[in-house]
Design a protein around this ligand. Structure first.
Ligand code: PHE
Length: 341
């Protein structure tokens, strides 16, 4: 019997449990009324008198140890549970990756979204790889327009028909007009490509946000009001705007918009080259030919469109001198915008 008790003590000391059910099984096996220890207690009666003292001590020891082991297993399970609840996440990286910062172009893009979002514009997006129709033909570009030249546009293939990288996000306007009925009020953000030599002032890709509003009785005055609101929200409440006549194939009349130089307040400085004004976007009333090309009745509907470069707006706000910084992924540059979050 002594041997049996010793064997049980060793067995109990080595017990492990992964769950509350396993702990309970152990209790039943060893400590319940019909368990191993109780049956040994029953056998104790038949132990010869001269051994009773020793066997009794061993039995008590076994019972104490079994109770202690059970309590320890319960304790271990409970504390494993606790640390789980305290948010221990085993999927976390052992070497945490530090937080990045938002790219300045994203910061400005989000600000543009907010300003136009508040005026009821929703976001529309389209593909960067386009066809001739959506980038040029539907937008009233004549067949011999210089933008269709290899010098200005990246072509992916020319046969059987032109496949190219969009040179502006006006293609998204066409796509929206083809599939939706007026009223349409969208802004189209996205990357555009032009075949230019890369320098501090030009890149072969940049980002635009274009806007389009089509409805009954939309006038140039509506366009001007929306753009004035935008300029003041973006560059401050004292900002003035001026519209100069311009030309785009897809708008008639067309204009370019300047804002009063926010560096010198319009007095004239090196930044605005002494003029007091800086150019920020192109705009105009959507040409009836474009509406018709997209299946919208130009005798019933009219609309305005505008388009701006996000890099240009970002430069005006943060004065980034070299356009190439935007795409070089230099974290030192990106960290300069931490405070702007
Ligand atoms: N699509 C023009 C560009 O890329 C910008 C523009 C959009 C001008 C809408 C007028 C109206 O330069």
């Amino acid at each position: 019997m002594i041997d049996k008790i010793k064997a049980l003590r060793a067995e109990i000391a080595a017990l492990q449990a992964q769950s509350a059910e396993e702990v309970e099984k152990i209790r039943i096996k060893y400590l319940s009324k019909k368990g191993e220890i109780s049956s040994l207690m029953n056998d104790f009666r038949s132990v010869p008198a001269e051994l009773k003292r020793e066997v009794g001590q061993q039995l008590n020891q076994l019972k104490t140890e079994a109770n202690e082991r059970l309590a320890a297993l319960k304790e271990a399970l409970a504390s494993a549970d606790e640390s789980g609840k305290a948010g221990m996440d085993l999927t976390r990286s052992a070497t945490p990756i530090p937080f990045g910062t938002r790219h300045p172009l994203s910061l400005v893009k989000n600000e543009i979204f907010e300003i136009f979002g508040a005026q009821g514009f929703t976001i529309a997006e389209g593909p960067e790889i386009e066809d001739d129709w959506h980038v040029f033909s539907s937008l009233n570009f004549p067949p011999d327009h210089p933008a269709r030249d290899m010098q200005d546009t990246f072509f992916i293939s020319r046969e059987p028909s032109d496949v190219l990288l969009r040179t502006h996000t006006s293609s998204v306007q066409t796509r929206t007009m083809e599939t939706q009925k007026p009223p349409i009020r969208i802004i189209c953000p996205g990357r555009v490509y032009r075949n230019e030599a890369i320098s501090a002032r030009a890149h072969c890709f940049f980002h635009q946000v274009e806007g389009l509003y089509i409805d009954k009785n939309v006038s140039f005055a509506d366009l001007k009001q929306v753009l004035l609101y935008f300029a003041r929200e973006m560059f401050g409440p004292d900002t003035k705007i001026r519209l100069r006549p311009s030309y785009f194939p897809f708008t008639e009349p067309s204009a370019e918009m300047d804002i009063s130089c926010h560096i010198c307040g319009g007095k004239g400085c090196a930044f605005c080259k002494g003029t007091g004004w800086v150019e920020i976007l192109g705009c105009g009333m959507v040409d009836p030919n474009v509406l018709e090309a997209c299946g919208i009745d130009s005798t019933v509907y009219s609309g305005y469109a505008f388009g701006m470069g996000i890099e240009r707006i970002t430069n005006l706000k943060y004065r980034v001198k070299d356009l190439r910084m935007f795409s070089e992924n230099d974290v030192r540059f990106l960290h300069e915008f931490d405070a702007a979050h």
